[in-house]
Design a protein around this ligand. Structure first.
Ligand code: ATR
Length: 290
């Protein structure tokens, strides 16, 4: 953050959430703005649920160029926006708002960022059998984009009814059969036999519960791609055991970096410096892990 001056021309971006103090988004976006020589600055804003409407009015009044949206606002922000892209509309959640000359447009780069993290590694989910663990907000974004891309999904969740509900929405939206199962070892064994890709969207294994894993290690094997959206720790127990079993692994860092990169590109029209953004996230996470 060395030689940057703020002037009347500087454009403002930021992130809104509650809580917000642990966000890594300012670090990656400000580093990217400096590296690309863009006259932008990125600030975290602590916005409580009841202040969300006023915050969005403020975005309009102050001509803020872009906002990332994190918990708990990803769904409740929708009525305050002017337009949604088709993916955000289908998912029913927004993590990126772009102010195009007073028109606030919502998009979901959590979903497109996840897909990009797969594609970057040469993994095309179209036609593949994909196991998704979890049925919360993160699962919803990921499941929608994978279904749209033509993957065959099996969703497993601790509370079966949430998996059934999500599968039902996917069926209504894409007219595609999606299986919903309870997250227990027996179902995992069966589902994993023919799977190509396994994605953990649950919070199992997240710091401080680093000894947790959603999948018994004996079910992991080579030929499987294992992706974990948990990025704290950088290498979860699931990813470590997947690697030991010879599976290909994709860490939660990649999804986080790509969602940020795609937001950056929407706001600036400039290609995001992915490597720098990834280095920045790893630096932040390693500082926290110490
Ligand atoms: P997010 O929006 O980040 O996905 P969420 O809606 O709270 O967060 O969802 C968290 C997911 O992790 C859910 O699928 C949850 O399972 P339930 O729907 O049954 O609650 C899953 N999860 C969290 N802790 C878990 C645990 N110890 N074992 C199994 N699943 C767990």
């Amino acid at each position: 953050m060395s030689d940057r001056t703020i002037s009347a021309k500087t454009r403002l971006c930021g992130v809104i959430g509650d809580p917000i103090e642990h966000t890594m988004s300012p670090a990656i976006h400000n580093a990217a703005f400096i590296q690309t020589g863009l006259d932008y600055v990125y600030i975290p804003f602590h916005v409580k649920e009841k202040e969300l409407g006023k915050a969005i009015d403020g975005m309009r009044a102050l001509n803020v160029r872009g906002l990332n949206v994190t918990l708990p606002h990803k769904v409740t922000i929708i009525p305050f926006l002017d337009e949604l892209d088709s993916l955000a509309e289908k998912i029913g959640a927004v993590n990126t708002v772009t102010n195009d000359e007073g028109i606030l447009k919502g998009s979901n780069t959590d979903a497109s960022g996840f897909l990009q993290a797969l594609l970057e590694r040469g993994i095309e989910p179209k036609g593949k059998k994909v196991i998704v663990l979890g049925a919360g907000g993160a699962s919803r974004a990921i499941s929608f984009i994978l279904a749209e891309r033509g993957a065959h999904l099996v969703i497993l969740n601790r509370r079966l009814e949430r998996a059934v509900e999500l599968a039902g929405r996917l069926l209504t939206t894409f007219s595609k059969e999606v299986r919903a199962l309870k997250l227990i070892a027996e179902n995992l064994t069966w589902a994993l036999e023919e799977a190509d890709i396994l994605i953990n969207t649950t919070s199992m294994g997240m710091s401080p519960n680093i000894s947790e894993t959603p999948v018994p290690s004996n079910l992991l094997r080579s030929g499987l791609t294992v992706s974990d959206i948990v990025y704290n720790p950088i290498k979860t127990r699931l990813l470590r055991e997947a690697e030991e079993a010879g599976a290909e692994t994709i860490s939660g860092v990649d999804m986080f970096v790509w969602q940020g990169a795609l937001s950056f590109e929407r706001w600036t029209g400039v290609k995001a410096p992915i490597k720098l953004m990834r280095d920045e996230v790893i630096k932040e996470l390693q500082a926290h892990e110490k």
